[in-house]
Design a protein around this ligand. Structure first.
Ligand code: SF4
Length: 352
């Protein structure tokens, strides 16, 4: 359907970003990094949910020094997010961070960047140049006019030039904006110019449904163009939901194959059963048991089996009972009170 861009491959800890079909999922801890045990717990939970990488904020020396202890208790690459103070980047690298993200908008001194680059090179630590529309280099846009994609590209070009001047090529790029069109244009333009892997995301994407819609609207076009080597869906206050959302988006675009697909109808005046709760319960079961089938939960017998015919198995509600169907063909009736368990039994039979 579409070809993934074959970017430079960058090693982060024991995995690679770019150069392959796999889009890595990442999120960011929302606990102060120096609170080691809570951070470790959150990172490990995120890994169980499917995160490939996690990022932590390095706000002060205590955070930078916590890296050592955190690294001993986790099994995934850890990225440090550093703003303003280049010395914290140096300390985080010395303490064993696997990669760092710096924002050219707030670490702009070439001397300071040079120091970070020399140490990162020595330790083979990649750096993400993370341009963010909310913190562009003031010499490029002083916020007297709206940020556009050219500002973001200028900012990243300027930084890449400095990195190259000091022979540093171990780079991942991101150009996150909160405006969807600006972000898409900036990433497309960067991908034309550079072959570095892209970390894609829409920044400040807001809460729950707003973020899910905004992030999907911004990231799906890029992924369909074959761009994006690692993804973060930013949702206010919920790293766990970020990972589940990233898996779902990638799955629906054919980039995360081993994952369940749920079909359920929107419900209408014909609906005589509780489609919503049943669908949630069944999806939960499929996800928790890694069952990679397409399952349909439909509201009526009239249209359900036909509308859900792409599913491997499904049920459609009637009055007091359901029909069970496989690939759109009705197999048998099930009493309403037994429907969840009988559907689960049938699913388990199918995957035997
Ligand atoms: S499957 Fe039936 S109940 Fe569900 S939306 Fe379609 S017509 Fe309505």
């Amino acid at each position: 359907m579409y070809t993934r861009k074959n970017t430079k491959k960058i090693k982060v800890g024991n995995i690679f970003i770019g150069g392959s079909d796999k889009v890595l999922i990442q999120s960011m801890c929302n606990i102060k990094t120096s609170h080691v045990s809570s951070v470790v717990k959150q990172i490990n939970k995120c890994q169980n949910l499917g995160a490939d990488l996690m990022r932590v904020s390095i706000m002060d020396k205590r955070d930078a020094n916590a890296i050592k202890s955190i690294k001993k208790q986790i099994n995934m690459p850890l990225i440090g997010d550093i703003h303003f103070d280049y010395k914290l980047a140096i300390l985080a690298i010395k303490n064993g961070i696997d990669a760092i993200r710096i924002n050219p908008g707030n670490i702009s001194s070439e001397e300071h960047i040079k120091e970070i680059l020399f140490l990162a090179k020595e330790k083979n630590i990649p750096i993400r140049i993370g341009v963010n529309s909310g913190s562009i280099d003031k010499t490029i846009n002083d916020y007297q006019r709206p940020i556009n994609e050219n500002d973001m590209i200028k900012s990243i070009n300027k930084q890449i030039k400095i990195f190259k001047k000091y022979g540093f090529d171990n780079i991942v790029l991101s150009l996150k904006g909160s405006n969807i069109k600006t972000t898409i244009a900036a990433y497309i333009s960067a991908a034309k110019k550079y072959n570095y892997p892209l970390h894609i995301g829409i920044t400040e994407a807001s809460i729950n449904e707003i973020s899910l819609i905004r992030s999907s609207a911004g990231l799906a076009p890029l992924l369909l163009l074959g761009l994006g080597d690692t993804i973060r869906i930013s949702i206010s206050g919920n790293p766990y939901q970020e990972i589940v959302a990233a898996k779902r988006l990638l799955h629906d675009l054919g980039l995360y194959p081993n994952y369940p697909t749920m079909i359920s109808c929107p419900t209408c005046g014909r609906t005589m059963v509780d489609v919503t709760n049943l669908a949630k319960k069944v999806l939960n079961y499929l996800e928790n048991n890694n069952i990679n089938l397409t399952v349909a939960i439909m509201g009526c017998i009239v249209n359900g089996p036909g509308e859900g015919k792409s599913a491997d198995i499904g049920i459609a509600g009637g009055k007091g009972n359901f029909v069970l169907f496989k690939k759109g063909k009705i197999v048998r009736k099930i009493e309403e009170k037994n429907v969840y368990q009988e559907l689960i039994n049938e699913i388990n039979e199918m995957i035997k």
